[in-house]
Ligand binder design. Sequence first.
Ligand SMILES: Cc1ncc(COP(=O)(O)O)c(C=O)c1O
Length: 344
Amino acid sequence: MPANAPEIDLRSDTMTRPTPEMRRAMAEAEVGDDVFEEDPTVRALEERTAELLGKEAALYTPSAHMANQIAAYLAARSGEEIWAHELAHILGNEQGGTSVLSRLLPRTFSGPESAPEQGWLDKLIQGTDDVHRAQPALISLENTFTGRVMPLEGQRRVAAFAREHGLKVHLDGSRLWNAATALGVSLAEAAEGADTVTVCFSKGLGAPVGAALAADRDTVRRARRARKLLGGGMRQAGIIAAGALYALDHHLERLADDHARAQRLAEALSAAPGLSAEALTNMVIAKTEPGQAPKLVEAAGAQGVACIAIAPDTVRMVVHLDIAESDIGEAGARITKAAESLKA
Ligand SMILES: Cc1ncc(COP(=O)(O)O)c(C=O)c1O
């Protein structure tokens, strides 16, 4: 661990470092030039990912961000509409890429689910033949959504609506592994109805780099060109793809442990003064008294526990591969101490 790293880092599941076994797999990876589609390890990862997600093909990308943006770029033409939740990562946390790169018009909704309500869909689809109106092209969903697992009914309903009206559905499944684990369904089932699916290897799975976009063969062929347009063609990428392959083999099953640990941490924190906490898959969302979240984060940091204030009264903690069972009790005790110090 680097000298300046917090002892218990709960900021994100992107903080994991490759395990010694993963590093060995990476060091020994067979490689080639992936821009020429000659890297056997990347090929193996893409085929494995597609198979897991029940899609025809997949493309390895440097990031989930890029996979999402490629999906939007391919699904809609300049000036067309993307429909997504106002908190969707693809809209708010990717540098406005859907507007900057694809020049799409975002139409947003709010609510507890990543999928829009039927009434919203029915209203928005009206008048699309009006000459003034931008044309809808893509509905983007997310699972897990802000850590929360989304029931599949919404996705099925949106997919049926999209098919009926000739729209595409993208699923930002950066944490689809967590969603499928929590729902107790296969990844293919969790991806059903989506034309394109992003998955990310460098979050809960603990690989150092990379994501994938899965879809039908023709879309993935076009996605390969779009990735090149964005400068995302990689050469001997098998080195990093091997980490992702290793993660699929060894770190998928253990995600249920992260969820159980998040649950235990939430229970411990709910007993702390001024806090209430809820576990959402691998995340713990703790509510503080108004305006106290940044102070709690600072006080926890002084105790060697790193977490993030996502609102003035909300702290987020994420459990991941580098958080051991013993860290949970320790984090609970230290954050409780931090909460007590704010009361003193
Ligand atoms: C839901 C979701 N989608 C996409 C991304 C983008 O991932 P990355 O920044 O690794 O490309 C993130 C990152 O945290 C995310 O949470």
